[in-house]
Design a protein around this ligand. Sequence first.
Ligand SMILES: NC(=O)C1=CN([C@@H]2O[C@H](COP(=O)(O)OP(=O)(O)OC[C@H]3O[C@@H](n4cnc5c(N)ncnc54)[C@H](OP(=O)(O)O)[C@@H]3O)[C@@H](O)[C@H]2O)[C@@H](O)CC1
Ligand SMILES: [K+]
Length: 485
Amino acid sequence: MDGAWSAAAVRRAEAQLMAQLPPGTLMQRAAAGLATECARILKRRNGGVYGTTVIVLAGPGDNGGDALFAAARLARRGVRVFAVPVMGERVHPVAAAALTRAGGRLVANPPRHCHLLLDGVLGIGGRPGLPGRAIDRLAAIDADTIVAVDVPSGVDVDTGAVPASAVTADVTVAFGSRKPCHVLGRAALLVGRLVLVDIGLGPHLDPHPAVRVAGDDDLAAWWHAPGPDDDKYTRGVVGVAAGSERYPGAAVLSTSGALAGPSGYVRYAGTAAEQVRRRHPEVVCTQEVKEAGRVQAWLAGPGFGTDEAALAELRHVLESPAPVVLDADALTLIGEYPSVLSQREAPVVLTPHDREYERLYGSPPAEDRGAAAAVLAKRLNCTVLLKGHHTVVASSDGEVWANPTGRPQLATAGSGDVLAGFMASLLASGMSGVRAAVAAAYLHGRAGGIAGAGHRTVTASDIAKALPQAVGQTLSAADTPGKRR
Ligand SMILES: NC(=O)C1=CN([C@@H]2O[C@H](COP(=O)(O)OP(=O)(O)OC[C@H]3O[C@@H](n4cnc5c(N)ncnc54)[C@H](OP(=O)(O)O)[C@@H]3O)[C@@H](O)[C@H]2O)[C@@H](O)CC1
Ligand SMILES: [K+]
């Protein structure tokens, strides 16, 4: 498991490491990594480094220091460097002197165009918002590529909120570890491509990051691969209570998601049985939840309706001792009748988008989306998957996960139905609520990437079809592909 560490946690690790090293070593490691990435970009876009133009927006702290030292390295390779102090004359004095010695210039008025702009205004010491001069300069300079140093300046580093002006980067070169702003909220949209430079901080970082980020190895370790003694029942039976006469497609799509998961058997209960049977002959269909027989996990909600019949079916699902995923209309019903959840002891995963969150919580999610998911999870004693361009999962005891695989193509009608069905299958196979939510978001995002490769347009059915390939790619990429049950 990887993660993102808060500014305070990074500073604690930095202090431990710095105590073992000569002064300035970490900044030189950071600057070397940054200069290497900049040179790579300049070479790719311009065929070479020599003769290109780089402008540095330099703030008053060490973030500006990193940028100036990196720019000095580039100046020594023949780059024309112009550094603009954006907080009066306050710049890192040693780094500024190094740049001048290397042939770079500190100027108030840089050229209007550059091949690469280095955003060294604010790093982990920055408060949200940009100094006025940085805003003016950003507006006046036409840069082919903007590279943010450590974080895009102006964002709230620890929450990913962007309450005021901030830099929009093409590439962010981060030192030592990810920070929450790289993976959460609107800030994550400003990061561009994230490049991590190892400066030796790893062994000194707290083992519990502020935000967790799953990878292929986690997914493979959590995945329940069938063993020789398994049958369709022991692999887990998943029940899907979804769809209605008006919205039969939701039933078809959520069963498609469930069929792509690791469980061995999918039951469908609802009024769209005919459509489900026609599309998926392997699904066993009944009209009502209480006729469905035993399952190891339920999904309730997609296309379900919010009338009395739907509420009665939801109550039947929640009476079951199996874990449940509640999605779409089930969330609206929970918002209206919160007491239906109060007797629940088995795990519940809720999958709200922002409007559904508001129905459940009473106000829209805060810009700190990790905290927003965590407060709802705590209040309702559930796992919460808060959908967005960077989906977040929170457990009721405050664990927060950011999904690294999402992409805008996933915002298509029915995509959430597929996600919810797939997640229910993971739960039925024996995964915990949090892991099922994290794994489902991860693989669904990857499936969206496969389905949308080459800028193809993507439908929810395409995502469902791509899920088995996403599972295959993820398990094959990991060191230990799936554990035996
Ligand atoms: N940690 C590590 O392991 C390593 C860290 N390294 C680097 O150090 C960076 C952190 O540097 P840092 O601590 O000097 O803080 P930084 O972000 O440059 O700015 C603080 C200054 O900005 C000011 N200021 C703040 N907000 C403002 C605002 N909104 N508008 C205007 N001004 C504002 C604030 O002034 P104040 O207002 O508080 O007087 C203060 O002077 C880190 O991101 C990384 O790049 C690497 O070199 C090596 C390893
Ligand atoms: K920055």
